[in-house]
Design a protein. Structure first.
Length: 426
C-alpha cells in the first residue's frame, strides 16, 4: 500500500485550507476558542481528548558590541584562517540531518517537543510508535505555542513551530540581536525593558518584583477578546501577543500570558505557559513560574479587575499550587512543568497572616487595620465557602463597636472549599 503524506498546520486561531495534500493551518487561539471547526479530516489523522478550546533611535536599547565585552586575561589565542597551513586546515562540516527520535507515548512526545523548543530548535523530526492517538490541536496544547505545522508519512513526522512574539522578543533581549524583530516588536522590547527597570528600582526582592509586574499588567491592560482570524502566523492579531498587551493595552488571555512571560523573563524569572480549561469548561492560557525548583500558576488574566472582578486586582492565582486552582482542569500531556500540589506559604499571596479560619477573626483584623488608616484588604477564609454577605454581616457588627462611620465594598470568590475576599473602604 502506498503511504500517504499529510501536512497539518495548527494555529491557535485556525484557518483551514483543505487540499488534496490535506493542509491544515492551526493556531493556539483556535484550540482555546473552538467555535471554529478546524478538526482535520484526513483518514490517518487521529483525535484525542475533548474539544478545547518602531522603536525610535533615541529609545533603542544599547547592545554592547562584541569587542566591548570584557575578555578574560588568559583568553586563548585562536589563529586566523590565513595562519593555518593547508595540511592543518579543517574541512567544512557537512549539513547532516538530525537523527529522528522514536517516541512511544504522548508524555514522552510532550517532553521531547518542549525540550527542543526550549533550545530554540523549531523544526523537529520524530517517529511516533505509541498507541495513544494525537492530533494537531493536542500538540498545540502540549507546547502552548502560537502556531504549529506538521507533515507526516506513515509514522514519521516533521513539525515546525512558530513561537509567540514574547519568546522572540525575550531571545532578542538576551542575545543582544534585534535584527529579526519587526518595528512593533522592537518597540515592545523597549517598553518591557523600561517597565522592568522601573520595577527593580521600586521593589526590594524577587517577591515584590513579581507582584509589581503582575500588578502593572493587571492595572494597565483591558481584557479584549473579539473573534479573530490568523491567516498569517507571522502577523498575528495584536491582542493575542505582548505587542498588544504592552503597547495597545488590550489583550486576551494569550496576550496577558505573552506579556507576563516577556516581563518576567527580562526580570530574571524562569517562566512558562500552560493551557487549561477554566470553570466554564472553556479553553484558557496561563503562566507558570519556577520558585525553589517548584512550579506554580500565575494568572494575570483572572486576577485583572477588567476580566470580571469589577473593581480591584486580586491575587488568588498568584503563585498558586494545584490546591488553589480548583476551577482549572488540564490533561497530564498539557502539563510540561508539573504544578506543585500545595501552594507554598512563602510565595502564595495569601500567606498565613491573610488567611483565617473564622469570619470573626477576619473581621476584627480588617476593622483594626481600617482604624489604622488602611483601606484595602485581601483575605482568605480557609475550608469554608460563603458569599460576600456573610462577611458583611460580621464586619458590620465589629464596625458598630467603634465610634467611626465606614463604607465598604466586598468582592468574594470561592473555590477549592476556600473563599477569597477583597474588602475596600471608601
Amino acid at each position: 500500500m502506498k503511504k500517504r503524506k499529510v501536512i497539518i498546520t495548527v494555529f491557535i486561531v485556525i484557518t483551514a485550507l483543505l487540499t488534496s495534500s490535506c493542509f491544515f493551518p492551526y493556531t493556539l487561539y483556535e484550540a482555546l476558542y473552538p467555535d471554529t471547526d478546524v478538526t482535520p479530516e484526513c483518514d490517518n489523522t487521529q483525535d484525542i481528548g475533548e474539544d478545547f478550546p518602531a522603536v525610535s533611535e533615541e529609545d533603542e536599547i544599547s547592545v554592547p558590541k562584541k569587542d566591548e565585552i570584557p575578555q578574560e586575561e588568559d583568553e586563548i589565542s585562536v589563529p586566523q584562517k590565513d595562519e593555518i597551513s593547508a595540511e592543518d586546515e579543517i574541512p567544512p562540516e557537512e549539513d547532516v540531518p538530525e537523527e529522528e527520535r522514536t517516541i512511544y507515548s504522548l508524555v514522552e512526545l510532550r517532553d521531547y517537543l518542549n525540550e527542543k523548543k526550549e533550545r530554540d530548535e523549531l523544526e523537529i523530526r520524530f517517529e511516533y510508535l505509541g498507541t495513544e492517538k494525537f492530533d494537531a490541536q493536542l500538540i498545540a496544547r502540549m507546547l502552548a505555542t502560537f502556531y504549529i505545522q506538521y507533515e507526516y508519512t506513515g509514522n514519521h513526522y516533521t513539525l515546525e513551530i512558530t513561537e509567540f512574539p514574547g519568546d522572540r522578543i525575550a531571545d532578542a533581549y538576551f542575545s543582544g540581536n534585534t535584527s529579526f524583530l519587526n518595528d512593533d516588536e522592537k518597540q515592545a522590547l523597549n517598553e518591557a525593558v523600561k517597565i522592568v527597570e522601573a520595577a527593580k528600582k521600586e521593589t526590594d526582592g524577587d517577591y515584590e518584583l513579581e507582584i509589581y509586574l503582575h500588578d502593572y499588567l493587571a492595572e494597565t491592560i483591558t481584557y479584549y477578546n473579539p473573534s479573530a482570524d490568523v491567516p498569517d502566523p507571522s502577523d498575528p492579531p495584536r491582542h493575542l501577543t505582548a505587542v498588544g498587551g504592552l503597547l495597545d493595552k488590550y489583550a486576551n488571555c494569550q496576550g496577558y500570558t505573552d506579556s507576563f512571560y516577556l516581563l518576567a523573563s527580562i526580570a530574571g524569572f524562569k517562566v512558562g505557559r500552560m493551557c487549561v480549561t477554566d470553570f466554564n469548561g472553556e479553553g484558557h492560557m496561563t503562566n507558570t513560574i519556577s520558585l525553589d525548583d517548584e512550579w506554580y500558576i500565575v494568572d494575570v488574566t483572572f486576577d485583572d479587575a477588567s476580566y470580571g472582578n469589577e473593581y480591584k486586582t486580586n491575587y488568588r492565582l498568584f503563585n498558586a499550587g494545584a490546591d488553589m486552582c480548583d476551577e482549572y482542569d488540564w490533561l497530564e500531556v498539557w502539563e510540561y512543568n508539573p504544578i506543585a500540589e500545595i501552594s507554598d506559604k512563602n510565595y502564595y499571596y495569601y500567606t498565613e497572616g491573610d488567611s483565617y479560619e473564622s469570619l470573626e477573626a477576619m473581621s476584627e483584623d480588617i476593622v483594626n487595620g481600617w482604624l489604622r488608616g488602611e483601606t484595602e484588604f485581601h483575605t482568605l477564609l480557609l475550608n469554608q465557602t460563603v458569599d460576600w454577605s456573610a462577611l458583611s454581616d460580621v464586619l458590620y457588627e465589629y464596625l458598630l463597636k467603634t465610634d467611626e462611620e465606614g463604607y465598604y465594598y466586598i468582592w468574594s470568590f470561592y473555590t477549592a472549599e476556600n473563599t477569597f475576599f477583597i474588602v475596600y473602604f471608601y
